[in-house]
Design a protein around this ligand. Structure first.
Ligand code: GLA
Length: 600
């Protein structure tokens, strides 16, 4: 049996060991590609894979657990072990990671008196019941049990959020009580305030730092913090940011490959371990993107989690991969390195739309109506992600040609308002609540409000904000009064197989557009959504993520694992009434240049 210890260095089987780790989030990469990514990590000369564990994927509903398919954490770790890779697991209840609500399940939100990421018994009870299912998977894969997990993290960058050590200790205890016995760590920004707030250094939990440049300076700050607490510990960068994530409406952020290689070299010359964040970023499939919190205007993150990482979104090596392999060869001449695996993506031109149908004509195939006096937020209806449709009738109380006033009070994130099936307004967070003026065409008018949850924030104090409750929170006013008597439709779009495409199509309404394309064999490809407004795409029934004409990324990556030999179905759910009669698949991503620069 192997051993891993933390002394003044990392010791593997009693020998000094440099952790050369890369992050791959298994839920962002199709399982048929796990081997490809892990092999490419190994071939770059690295010895360890790091992954977060997103709670909201594994417990989609309270008490309902799922560790299958793309959520098969055990298989991911075992595939890494088969390649001889060690593993660092960060199972924190909160993971940040540009993942919806930082991985916290949205079904926690209706418990309004509960505080997440705090020493609150109600929150800890939910973590405990989740850990009852999760920890057995990890415990038997620890190095102490003959497995490949060498270290686990408590929480995530807690010093960027709070300083409640009792909470951190409670999370540690929940892990240890369930059999976790490998060394534990925390990770934080390597400056004094963050480290003081987020670490458990006096409980002998290794403090690591997160940064992406000025390696020597950052590691010196980490070392000083260790020394202040009487520790002579190894220095590890738990997140060496080699690129960055992207947001809608902002240019793609790139980092110079040579600059990265130089900073990584410096980190390895001074420190004892590095984890490249990310090694392979992958994709925020379905609705799993998060949102960057801002003081006034939160900005949602895109579907691709390419991250400008050493492997691109598809999993193929970039210039960074080759330069980092050179760094390994220079600093660790005895490390095994190899040639990377490379996949090819296919292109299919101009696929004709076979049929299309308006959302309002297929609601029964997608949802059950729920009635209530006032509109209910999405989570109170038992829904976590996607769209919610609110419908009522409004009477015309004014002259036929006079304008009526409609207001959505406390809605998130985006509202599309329809009167008698015609869109009268599209409002975002900064305008929701403002007057929508329109002439009501009939005595009795159907009012539909389609609310989109564009992704909850993944970082900072806004995790606790009311705005993380999606849909309509307070109500809808017409004239000056709240309207009562609502029908609600939860539209998580987890199963679109029952849609009848002959039910009718109206211009300008949200609709499903269905295409078919043929492949000789399963293949990677990129859906070019140019010409379509906003929505999400389904390949053979699987939601591969959101698209939006604002850019910058105009394509959606489809891993070969979602495709098949023969006929494949592609459905675009599009909410703006902006569509084309054909669609193309590309062999590489299409990225537009925008005026607005992305910022880190
Ligand atoms: C922090 C978090 C990560 C991720 C990065 C940015 O370091 O710990 O989960 O959000 O920022 O990509």
């Amino acid at each position: 049996m192997h051993t891993f210890e933390i002394s003044n260095e990392f010791l593997l089987d009693g020998e000094p060991f440099t952790i050369l780790s890369g992050s791959i989030h298994y839920t962002r990469v199709h399982p048929t590609d796990w081997h490809h990514s892990l092999y490419n990590l190994k071939a770059m000369g690295f010895n360890t894979v790091e992954t977060y564990v997103p709670w909201n994927m594994h417990e989609p509903e309270s008490g309902v657990f799922d560790f299958a398919g793309i959520k098969d954490l055990a298989r991911f770790l075992d595939e890494a072990a088969e390649l001889g890779l060690w593993a660092i697991v960060r199972p924190s209840p909160f993971i940040c990671a540009e993942w919806e609500w930082g991985g916290l399940p949205a079904w926690l939100l209706p418990e309004r008196s509960m505080r997440v990421r705090a020493n609150d018994p109600a929150f800890l009870a939910h973590v405990a019941s989740y850990y009852d299912r999760l920890m057995p998977i990890l415990v038997e894969r620890q190095i102490t049990h003959g497995g490949n997990i060498i270290m686990m993290q408590i929480e995530n960058e807690y010093g960027s959020y709070c300083e409640d050590k009792d909470y951190l200790r409670a999370i540690r205890d929940l892990m240890v009580e369930r059999g976790v016995d490998v060394p534990l760590c925390t990770s934080d920004g390597p400056w004094c305030g963050c480290l003081r707030a987020g670490t458990l250094i006096d409980d002998d939990v290794l403090a690591t730092g997160n940064f992406g440049s000025r390696s020597a300076e950052n590691l010196a700050a980490l070392k000083a913090f260790h020394e202040e607490h009487g520790k002579n510990w190894p220095l590890m960068c738990m997140e060496f940011w080699d690129g960055w994530f992207n947001r809608w409406g902002e240019n793609v952020i790139r980092r110079d490959a040579q600059d990265l290689a130089d900073c990584v070299r410096e980190c390895l010359q001074v420190g004892n371990g590095i984890n490249l964040y990310m090694f392979h970023g992958g994709t925020n499939f379905a609705f799993m993107n998060a949102c960057s919190a801002r003081h006034t205007h939160d900005i949602h993150q895109v579907t691709s989690y390419d991250y400008d990482a050493p492997l691109n979104e598809e999993g193929n090596p970039t210039e960074k991969w080759y330069l980092l392999r050179d760094v390994v060869r220079e600093l660790f001449p005895s490390a095994w390195t190899g040639e990377p695996l490379i996949k090819e993506a296919v292109a299919v031109e101009s696929i004709e739309c076979k049929e299309r149908v308006s959302l309002f004509n297929v609601l029964d195939a997608l949802s059950e109506p729920v009635t209530s006096q006032y509109p209910q937020p999405m989570e109170d209806l038992g829904q976590s992600y996607g769209y919610t449709l609110y419908t009522t009738q409004i009477e015309r109380d004014i002259a036929p040609d006079a304008e009526e006033r409609i207001r959505v009070i406390d809605g998130r994130d985006r509202a599309k308002v329809y009167v008698e099936g015609t869109c009268v307004a599209t409002q975002y967070q900064e305008h929701i609540g403002e007057d929508i003026k329109c002439v009501l065409p009939a005595e009795q008018n159907r009012l539909d409000i389609l609310m989109e949850n564009m992704g909850r924030v993944g970082y900072g104090h806004k995790l606790l904000a009311d705005t993380q409750h999606k849909g309509i929170r307070t109500g809808v006013c017409v004239d000056l009064h709240f309207i009562t008597g609502w029908e609600q439709r939860c539209l998580p779009l987890t199963d679109i197989s029952g849609i009848d495409y002959s039910a009718g199509f109206e211009e300008g309404q949200p609709a499903f557009h269905r295409f078919e394309f043929n492949l000789d064999e399963p293949a990677d490809t990129f859906i070019d959504t140019t010409g379509f407004g906003k929505g999400c795409a389904f390949v053979n029934g699987v939601n591969v993520g959101r698209f939006w004409e604002v850019g910058p990324i105009m394509t959606l990556y489809v891993p070969h694992g979602f495709t098949r030999a023969g006929v494949n179905e592609l459905v675009l759910f599009e909410t703006e009434g902006v569509y084309e009669s054909t669609i193309s698949l590309r062999s590489e991503p299409l990225i537009r240049h925008l005026e607005k620069e992305g910022v880190e």
